[in-house]
Design a binder for this molecule. Structure first.
Ligand SMILES: [Mg+2]
Length: 219
């Protein structure tokens, strides 16, 4: 089971910091600490956007960039199109690197995605040419439970037809992906930049810095 954001389309960095880098590329000047609460406001607005359940990856990123521009103070406006293009180009490059790995894994295992998302996980995966690799896709908005709630993990395991002890959870968010999966008895693989410290109270079964390293972990 894989997380989506930060795991399949980036090397352990979630949307907030990546959106900030794209915003700076689009001419934005706020530092990350100032930017983050505004980004989170745009994130909540994205979840309420009419028709979000049909949006693919690029349209989702463009919609979020537009929402972000609209909630920023007028003096902090940036080029939302340019920022969205940068965000998408970086994500697509990582997905293209990861796809052959996921294709090989899909021949050996039943794969699932478990994501806190906005109801449009499947169109996003489809656009990124990943959807066909996953037997199960669990979108928190569709299922009505969010990580770290164990229900979304249990629902996904049941759909895959495996017991927790027979599954791995791979993700970049320690508290949402790793700790709850570990608690359920899954083996866990934390995808995180090398300098990020392991939180206390839970030791992941494995740690990687890039998704392709997962094949070495699984042997
Ligand atoms: Mg993530």
């Amino acid at each position: 089971m894989f997380d989506f954001g930060g795991t399949l389309e980036a090397d352990g960095v979630n949307w907030g910091p990546r959106f900030h880098a794209a915003y700076v590329e689009g001419g934005g000047a706020l530092d990350y600490a100032t930017f983050e609460p505004i980004y989170k406001e745009s994130d909540r607005a994205l979840g309420r956007l009419s028709g979000i359940e049909r949006l693919g990856f690029r349209a989702t990123v463009e919609a979020q960039a537009d929402l972000l521009r609209d909630v920023l103070p007028a003096a902090e406006r940036f080029d939302a199109r340019r920022a969205a293009a940068r965000f998408c180009a970086d994500a697509v490059a990582v997905v293209n690197r990861n796809r052959p790995v996921l294709e090989r894994l899909a021949r050996r295992y039943r794969l699932g995605v478990v994501s806190n998302f906005t109801g449009n996980l499947r169109p996003c995966l489809e656009e990124l040419e990943l959807l066909g690799l996953f037997a199960v896709t669990s979108d928190s908005t569709v299922l009505g439970s969010r990580k770290p709630d164990e229900r979304i993990f249990r629902d996904t395991l049941a759909s895959l037809g495996v017991v927790p002890e027979g599954a791995w959870m791979v993700g970049d968010n320690f508290e949402a992906d790793i700790r709850p999966a570990h608690g359920l008895g899954l083996r866990t693989c934390w995808l995180a930049p090398a300098q990020r410290a392991v939180p206390v109270g839970c030791v992941p079964s494995a740690r990687i810095g890039r998704l392709p390293e997962l094949e070495r972990v699984l042997g």
